[in-house]
Design a protein around this ligand. Structure first.
Ligand code: F3S
Length: 425
């Protein structure tokens, strides 16, 4: 790998031994992927995926201590993934004890993050690109992020450039201010090897469509045709919300870091079919394909007929638009079945900054009176222990379904179930 004079000097120790180790790690990471050079990180802020002080991450806390003791802090401030625990989220006494032990080092870790360069106290969300949060990169910016849903959104919807880095590596990029140049940072790496043709009869469920594409193309870049017919050709709030959920499913059910949607996403609008490599692979998606995929998700509940005990919505975190829309849909549905409150404990998760805004809106009170909790946590962090993993949890998130024992239902099915209406198989 060719390094500039400054980069070579850092590697040789001009900024101290600890910084030299950080640079060496990034160089070795880049060499693994045949990177030709290191390029400057140009986004205003970074984003860190390891936001949770879980006791098994002892090595991370020690690493942070070593970095800070060596006088190393991040060159760019950063947001972080969601906090793991919120006392407002329903949990049994035993589960609360488990959370307390599991996330015992949370305070220590947050102190370390703050010293390292955390943007602010409220900067804990996977959807750091929301306007309310303020970590929204510009088109063409080079990022050092790792959160798969955020990388996917930044690349595809915002036209920024970021690889699917791993946790800690991304923090090292924010510390040094350089990342290795390969993959999705290059023009070539952003070209599509797949054409996906959406031929459904109605607007496809974002989470299902993303799942289908992710499982088919894996880590490749798809160029998607036929979707603009349903979600339009402008990046409106509604379209961005759809793409957030769609993209997170492609990134978790496969490992897609970038997709292009014909006539909608920035690079597809600019370059059109020039973004497609010669001889692409084809994937046609119709109603039958989506039905087959949904019907074949494994259900790993011990008792498949169990009554759901909890419903999580908001993985990735919900937008303000989603919160408002769900509040009204829920209210209408409750009126329809003649009830005042949800029958299943339900938690909507969103970014702390969105929650602040939402809590001043009438819909917040409406949701509370319907018995729904709005929280800032990551549902995965809640489910990630043997006790909660046994609970029959339902969700409309295909990412949460993939990483936990929770069961996926479409939005309409979730609505039916939480108001105590129709049961769905
Ligand atoms: Fe966000 Fe946690 Fe889901 S980080 S995308 S809410 S797994």
């Amino acid at each position: 790998m060719e390094l500039t004079k400054e980069q070579q000097e850092i590697l040789d120790g001009s900024k101290g031994e600890v910084m030299a180790k950080v640079m060496k790690t990034l160089v070795m990471y880049g060499e693994t992927f045949n990177a030709t050079k290191m390029v400057p990180v140009t986004s205003r802020y970074g984003h860190i995926v390891t936001s949770f002080g879980i006791f098994i991450l002892k090595g991370v806390f020690e690493l942070m201590d070593e970095l800070l003791a060596g006088g190393v802090t991040a060159k760019q401030l950063f947001s972080a993934d969601p906090r793991p625990v919120d006392k407002n989220v329903p949990a049994s006494l035993l589960e609360k004890i488990v959370f307390k032990v599991m996330y015992g080092p949370q305070k220590r870790y947050e102190r370390q993050l703050k010293e390292m360069g955390l943007l602010n106290e409220d900067a804990f969300t996977c959807a750091c690109y929301f306007d309310e949060v303020g970590n929204k990169p510009n088109k063409g910016d080079i990022l050092s992020w790792a959160e798969s849903s955020a990388v996917n959104y930044a690349n595809s919807v915002l036209g920024a450039r970021c690889n699917r880095n791993s946790g800690i590596i991304e923090m090292f990029g924010s510390i040094v201010g350089y990342v290795p140049y390969f993959g999705l940072l290059t023009d070539e790496g952003r070209k599509a090897t797949w054409i996906v043709d959406v031929r459904t009869s109605t607007k496809p469920d974002a989470q299902l469509l993303g799942s289908a594409i992710g499982m088919k193309v894996l880590e490749d870049v798809p160029y998607i045709k036929g979707l603009d017919k349903f979600i339009g050709t402008e990046l409106t709030n509604e379209a961005c919300t759809y793409l957030k959920n769609f993209g997170a499913a492609t990134a978790s059910n496969g490992s897609v870091g970038l997709y292009h949607i014909e006539n909608l996403t920035p690079e597809a609008k600019e370059y059109g079919e020039k973004l497609i490599f010669d001889d692409p692979k084809y994937y046609v998606i119709d109603d039958a394909e989506l039905k087959w995929i949904k019907d074949n998700y494994p259900v790993i509940w011990k008792n498949k007929d169990a009554k759901p005990s909890l419903c999580f919505m908001g993985c990735p975190h919900m937008t303000l638009t989603e919160l408002v829309e769900w509040t009204h849909n829920l209210q209408d549905k409750l009126n329809e079945v003649g009830r005042k409150k949800v029958k299943i404990k339900t938690v909507f998760t969103t970014a702390p900054a969105v929650l602040k805004r939402f809590s001043n809106m009438p819909e917040y009170k409406m949701l509370k009176s319907m018995g729904v909790v709005v929280s800032y946590i990551c549902p995965l962090m809640y489910m990630n222990n043997p006790l909660c993993a046994k609970k029959p949890v339902i969700t409309n998130s295909n990412k949460l379904r993939t990483y936990t024992s929770s069961r996926y239902y479409s939005d309409a099915e979730i609505l039916d179930q939480i108001v105590g209406g129709k049961k769905h198989e």
